[in-house]
Design a protein around this ligand. Structure first.
Ligand code: GDP
Length: 297
């Protein structure tokens, strides 16, 4: 993850760091290289523009260029702006502040890792927060989707809603809420259906489910390997459903970084978790500072 971007930025900043003096032109030249590196990493153009403008403005300020370590100061400015771009302060987990069962709705396209992430979150809530969870799959489109969640539920020892064939998503959601209440579950995780593309039927279904379940959290699950596509998917979902956060999956892969770096700006919502593997404990709270540190090496 970020390897290429990290190498490219490393080359630019190694050169700057060693300098005892730096001219405005040299900063601008370095920023031109950073711009190309970010675009090649698939970061959305408006996000790149804003980043370069912010860094340039701060870096050519008199105090920086006249200081004894101008290169290092520029690198620090870049680091701070990267942290901002990734969302600033880490968002501590989930908002569970409501009368139980607190509903967490998982949305996203098919194959994004939604079902796996639902099980990972249930395990996380159980082990880290001591919460009793119930999971329900509302995916009636993909054959065996509901069974898949049941299998994962057994693996993480979290209850899943019994499957009733032929029920529609809104009815399953109603049954899940009733069941969560009866079982005195703290949290109800709704794994909604995904499709291959964003379409009207999918959005109408999301809205109907959100309408009856009043979720505390609506988490969009996106595959970080899909770069700009992930950002476009996020933009569509943001316009239609009240997202509260994003989970980026496959952060263990060799994604170029565009999705992670553009997501905050495009959705206005925090990246709350990163999926870092297929195993059900491969879920990390997303920490912008740590990720920026990793990018800058
Ligand atoms: P869904 O269609 O969105 O529900 O996707 P699934 O949860 O079925 O995931 C699709 C595939 O991606 C499965 O093989 C998962 O094991 C895998 N997967 C999910 N999250 C991650 C992740 O963070 N890293 C890796 N390497 N694989 C993941």
């Amino acid at each position: 993850m970020f390897d290429n971007l990290s190498d490219r930025l490393g080359t630019v900043f190694d050169r700057l760091r060693g300098r005892g003096a730096l001219s405005e032109q040299e900063v601008r030249d370095a920023m031109r290289e950073v711009r190309v590196a970010l675009l090649e990493a698939d970061v959305a153009l408006p996000v790149v523009r804003r980043f370069i403008d912010a860094v340039t403005e701060k870096a050519i300020g008199a105090e920086v260029l006249k200081s004894v370590t101008p290169g290092q100061q520029v690198v620090k400015i870049v680091n701070d702006e990267l942290v901002e771009m990734l969302g600033g302060e880490a968002v501590e987990g989930l908002n569970l502040d409501a009368r139980p069962p607190v509903v967490i709705m998982m949305v996203g396209l098919q194959g994004s890792g939604k079902t796996t992430t639902t099980a990972k979150l249930a395990k996380f809530l159980k082990e880290k927060h001591g919460k009793k969870a119930l999971m329900a799959s509302l995916d009636v489109n993909r054959p065996a989707a509901q069974e898949q969640l049941a299998v994962l539920g057994e693996q993480v020892s979290v209850a899943t809603l019994p499957i009733v064939q032929g029920q529609q998503p809104v009815d399953i959601a109603r049954r899940a809420m009733e069941s969560a209440r009866l079982q005195a579950a703290d949290v109800l995780l709704l794994d909604t259906a995904g499709r291959l593309h964003v379409d009207e039927a999918l959005m109408a279904e999301m809205k109907a489910v959100a309408g009856i379940s009043s979720p505390n959290e609506v988490l969009l699950v996106v595959d970080s390997l899909t770069g700009q596509d992930a950002v476009n998917v996020a933009r569509s979902f943001t316009e239609e459903v009240p997202l509260t956060g994003v989970v980026l999956t496959r952060m263990d892969g060799d994604a170029r970084g565009g999705a992670a770096l553009s997501m905050r700006h495009v959705t206005g919502k925090p990246i709350k978790f990163a999926g870092t593997g297929e195993k059900l404990d491969a879920l990390e709270a997303f920490d912008p500072k740590r990720v920026a540190g990793r990018i800058l090496g």
